[in-house]
Design a binder for this molecule. Structure first.
Ligand SMILES: [Zn+2]
Length: 99
């Protein structure tokens, strides 16, 4: 779970999901109310995880999986990735460049 780099407090899964769902670049710590940013390593990891369902769209039709089932499987995988993502998220006190 992410740890606030300002006050050192662990965020809960629910607190992290609430902040992720706001889709902002910065997230306010629920304990010290300081702004926190996702670290560069964490952003790269989230980019990689977000791309994981994409190859399924091309691979599953090769095995005669219907389009509806392919979309369903990709959606389930996406939800699964979103669910476990707070466990891998890391925070930073400042906005870090992606590269
Ligand atoms: Zn804090």
């Amino acid at each position: 779970m992410p740890v606030c780099q300002h006050c050192g407090t662990n965020w809960t899964w629910k607190q992290t999901m609430k902040r992720i769902m706001k889709f902002g670049l910065r997230m306010k710590c629920p304990h010290c109310c300081e702004w926190q940013y996702e670290s560069t390593a964490s952003k790269r990891r989230s980019g990689f995880l977000g791309m994981l369902p994409l190859p399924l769209i091309f691979i599953l039709p090769i095995f005669d999986v219907s389009l509806m089932m392919t979309v369903f499987i990709a959606a389930i995988l996406s939800v699964g990735i979103m669910t476990v993502y707070p466990f891998f998220m890391q925070l930073s006190n400042e906005e870090e460049p992606l590269w």
